[in-house]
Design a protein around this ligand. Structure first.
Ligand SMILES: CC(=O)SCCNC(=O)CCNC(=O)[C@H](O)C(C)(C)COP(=O)(O)OP(=O)(O)OC[C@H]1O[C@@H](n2cnc3c(N)ncnc32)[C@H](O)[C@@H]1OP(=O)(O)O
Ligand SMILES: CC(C)C(=O)C(=O)O
Length: 556
């Protein structure tokens, strides 16, 4: 890298717009969306889509609610030409959807473009020529006047060719390619000259599309450019002002949002930001950004994974796991404090109220995702995440002290393996620590005799043949006395809880017991059985083993 990059790269010039209005505006409605997946997206693929893939993609875009879809560059290839023909002759275009096609400002290409559209009920023909100074000089060897003349000529060709097919409801679109790096007065003049040819009417509003063909500035500069152009365009009420941001600096979404605040009516982009180089602006992110502000995005993204599947299969490109809204990991928290906050948020979230779950900007269910992946446990996780998984997968809500003790053990497992710890693995750690017998008194069976009202005598029989008898005011109390006699300690139950386990067809019962031994040490044990009384006795025995085994007490 250069020590002084200014010898090679120039800063973008500031835009002097002292009374700019866009910074104090907010977005209140969805723009007109135009998907360019089948054109700008397609032209950037390693292998452009075939006819079947294009049709599949098109049908999905229609189902999502797109009303304007740039379907091809028909003069570029037979595939694109034939695809447009198939859309029209196969009657695949719903009445409320308008297809759009792109062409260079060359008469032969324009003629072929109109040929492809023969018989269409409605169509937008989109023509472009590059207007930025270095493009004029390097690519075209054109003076500004020649660039202007080419645009006017192209606008005229569009008008003339359209007149030859009067049955179609035509609309025209003009893009001064590389608008954002074009001298702003020149960009204005060339767009107005094109509009003068087209003579906009409310019935067929032309589209002036201002692309950041290569994103070259911070998004506020683009917004200034759009606001200025919006104020300078002739026939403004009868013109649709469109933006077409690319993502070279990684700020296409911001650029599109600020541009809408600055007056853009329409946004061209691609799903999940496919497109040339770093991509076109991501329409899904834009739409869901609106949604999470309480604004109807006018697109149905209720099954985002299905949309992603179609897009990745057609584009043959993966989507990054951190991609906004759709990435595999974007609704997942691994870190302890995030998990703790999400768990608390989920517990108090009113299903009909304003979404307030910390760290989750959108309810994953709104876009067809489940809560399954919201919390995953690794060495960065704490008790919150671990207990969330136990609760969700097994229906077990551990008392706080248990959570603290278990979290240390789960952490040890993830530290040792360096890997994620699944709910099942956490459950295994729990069972090994609290459920599986760790001492001599393994439950075989018991008898319970009711001596009088509120007085039971229980005989515990262990697998080693040993027995213990105790009396108490209930079965568990009597069992406590039996174990106390056996261990030679006074034992007191300080906490008891039971629940049905979620997993498993017979939904066995889980009992959690904390007991205090004669030195005030509090230990815990758990028992599982289809019979809750037996589960409780097992839990008691397990806790008693902890007393004998000198296990560390539960944290205070
Ligand atoms: C920013 C964008 O995304 S713009 C869209 C870009 N998309 C595509 O290019 C995909 C489809 N394009 C193609 O398949 C081909 O470019 C075709 C079929 C349209 C044209 O192919 P060719 O005639 O072989 O020309 P080529 O691809 O080399 O294009 C460059 C020529 O077009 C000219 N040109 C480029 N853009 C335009 C334009 N908007 N209007 C008029 N001429 C243009 C160039 O100046 C150059 O002319 P030259 O040969 O006289 O120097
Ligand atoms: C043709 C135009 C709109 C384009 O794709 C671009 O400038 O990026």
């Amino acid at each position: 890298m250069l020590k002084n990059p200014s010898t090679k790269y120039q800063a973008f010039p500031a835009f002097n717009l002292p009374n700019r209005q866009w910074p104090s505006r907010t977005l209140t409605q969805a723009p007109i969306w135009c998907s360019s997946d089948l054109r700008d997206g397609n032209q950037s693929l390693i292998e452009p889509m075939n006819a079947q893939q294009k049709m599949r993609f098109f049908k999905m875009l229609v189902a999502m609610g797109f009303k304007e879809i740039e379907v091809a560059f028909p003069s570029a290839s037979q595939t694109d030409f034939d695809f447009v023909r198939e859309l029209i002759t196969g009657q695949h275009i719903p009445d409320d959807v308008t297809i759009q096609v792109l062409t260079q400002a060359r008469e032969d290409l324009i003629a072929r473009t109109f040929e492809s559209l023969r018989g269409a009920k409605r169509a937008i023909v989109h023509v472009y020529n590059a207007t930025a100074p270095h493009f004029r000089r390097i690519v075209f060897n054109h003076t500004p006047e020649q660039t202007m003349a080419l645009a006017v000529q192209a606008a005229t060709w569009l008008k003339d060719y359209a007149a030859q097919q009067p049955a179609t409801h035509w609309r025209f679109e003009y893009s001064p390619e590389v608008f954002s790096q074009t001298e702003f007065r020149f960009a204005r003049d060339i767009c107005n000259a094109v509009l003068d040819v087209w003579q906009p009417t409310p019935n067929a509003k032309p589209i002036i599309n201002l692309p950041a063909t290569i994103e070259g500035s911070t998004p506020n500069v683009y917004a200034d450019q759009i606001e200025w152009m919006s104020s300078q365009l002739k026939y403004r009420n009868n013109v649709v002002l469109s933006v077409h941001p690319h993502n070279d600096r990684g700020t296409a979404v911001a650029a599109a949002e600020l541009a809408q605040m600055a007056g853009a009516d329409r946004v061209e982009g691609c799903l999940f930001g496919n497109g040339e180089r770093t991509g076109n602006v991501d329409i899904i992110t834009l739409a869901l950004n609106l949604y999470t502000q309480g604004i109807d995005p006018q697109l149905d993204i209720g099954h985002i994974d299905e949309i992603a599947r179609v897009v990745t299969e057609c584009n043959q490109l993966p989507i990054h796991p951190r991609h906004p809204y759709v990435g595999e990991l974007v609704h997942t928290a691994f870190s302890g404090s995030h998990q703790d906050a999400i768990k608390k948020g989920m517990a108090v979230q009113n299903p009909n109220g304003i979404w307030e779950v910390p760290y989750l900007p959108i309810d994953p269910q709104d876009i067809g995702r489940s809560y399954d992946a919201v919390i995953r446990v690794n060495s960065q996780s704490g008790k919150g995440g671990m207990s969330y998984l136990l609760e969700r997968e097994y229906g077990v809500t551990l008392p706080r002290r248990w959570q603290m003790a278990l979290a240390k053990q789960v952490q040890a497992v993830s530290d040792e393996t360096g890997k994620e710890v699944s709910a099942q693995a956490i459950w295994q750690v729990f069972q090994a620590r609290y459920v599986e017998p760790q001492g001599p008194w393994q439950y075989a069976h018991h008898t319970d005799q009711r001596l009088a009202e509120g007085m039971h005598e229980v005989c515990l029989v262990f697998t080693n043949g040993q027995q213990a008898v105790g009396q108490g005011n209930g079965v568990l109390d009597a069992a406590v006395q039996a174990v106390a006699a056996l261990s030679g300690q006074t034992i007191q139950i300080t906490h008891y809880q039971e629940c049905s386990l979620r997993r498993g067809s017979d939904a066995p019962a889980l009992a959690l017991i904390e007991i205090q031994g004669h030195q005030g040490k509090t230990v815990a044990g758990a028992g599982i059985d289809t019979d809750i009384v037996i589960a409780s006795i097992r839990a008691l025995l397990q806790a008693s083993h902890q007393l004998l085994n000198e296990q560390p007490p539960l944290p205070a």
